[in-house]
Design a protein. Structure first.
Length: 318
């Protein structure tokens, strides 16, 4: 019994009252079975992190904690975002292994048992990876595949088709605490730890209730976060475009001078306006990209907390 690992399953929640009852019932059955079969320690828990929900999410969590010691809860003071809620669950609890998974259970929680077998064989990080994206719409599938490939081109090390469903040992989480970024993109931060890892493959299912909390706007923001946090290639591209348009500008000046020398008039008013407009657009785009990077520096130097805990119930304390 002493060799059994104390596992903590972390589930961020933001306005999830529709799906929580199903998740609580499912996780209670799974955790009880794993404890009964001596896969994990009886002190293992499921931790719901309420990320500033405005519905009855926290009330449902509190009721579940009061009725079953398998559950515990963290109530954040406001909405800090999915990544901040994940870190709150990781940093405010003590366990031997930590699992992060979305509360809608579209990622298969039954894979946790397979993940645990890799941890027992010496791995420190196990990534949950989707086998395919057949259930996604064409747009979502194509944009996701483009996103992962684009990150690779930019030199960002991410696991293809992996989101935030993973298992980590206490040792890996302690190293993660040494990364002080405020602009969070855990999909790229976790691989930087460098410990031995493994992958578990699964099929993603449809939501049983409620709506996704990651609409297109948030997905685009997360994508840009990943690119700008871990690659300076966009800045180098701005420099490259500067050289290119300086070169093209020099050629255009020579063409204008040649026309003036041979014809005495300067033709091409339309082309001039087009070139000025294009240059103005490139300059504004370049300034925007540089401004995004400066804004990230501005946020980082403030060193504001990644999350603020309002209430904690039923936790394993550090």
């Amino acid at each position: 019994m002493d060799n059994l690992k104390r596992m903590l399953v972390i589930m961020p929640c933001y306005n999830e009252q529709e799906v929580l009852h199903y998740t609580i019932e499912t996780m209670q059955k799974l955790m009880s079975a794993w404890i009964k079969n001596k896969k994990i320690s009886p002190s293992s828990k499921v931790c719901f992190v309420n990320d500033g929900s405005v519905d009855k999410t926290w009330d449902i969590i509190s009721k579940a904690v009061s009725e079953n010691e398998i559950f515990c809860g963290i109530n954040l003071s406001r909405n800090f975002g999915h990544q901040g809620a994940l870190l709150a669950g990781l940093y405010e609890n003590d366990a031997d292994v930590y699992v992060t998974i979305d509360v809608d259970l579209q990622d298969d929680p039954k894979c946790i048992e397979e993940m645990l077998s890799f941890i027992e064989n010496g791995k420190d990080i196990v990534y949950g990876v989707r086998q395919s994206r057949d259930t996604d719409t064409f747009f979502k599938r194509a944009s996701a595949q483009l996103f992962y490939r684009f990150l690779k081109v930019l030199g960002v090390n991410v696991i293809y088709n992996h989101a935030d469903f993973r298992m980590m040992t206490k040792r890996a989480v302690n190293v993660l605490k040494q990364f002080p970024e405020r602009n969070l993109f855990l999909r790229a931060i976790v691989p930087l730890i460098g410990f031995e890892d493994a992958k578990v493959y699964y099929d993603r299912t449809e939501r049983t209730a409620g709506e996704t909390k990651y609409p297109l706007k948030k997905m685009l923001a997360l994508a840009w976060n990943g690119i700008s946090n871990f690659s300076i290639i966009p800045l180098r591209l701005v420099t490259f475009l500067g050289f290119v348009f300086c070169f093209l500008g020099g050629i255009f000046i020579l063409i204008v001078l040649y026309g003036w020398w041979t014809k005495g008039t300067i033709a091409g008013w339309a082309s001039t306006i087009t070139l000025v407009t294009a240059l103005g657009g490139i300059q504004l785009l370049s300034l925007g990209i540089i401004g995004e990077y400066l804004a990230k520096v501005f946020i980082e130097v403030k060193k504001r907390p990644l999350f603020v805990v309002k209430d904690k119930i039923g936790l394993n304390q550090n």
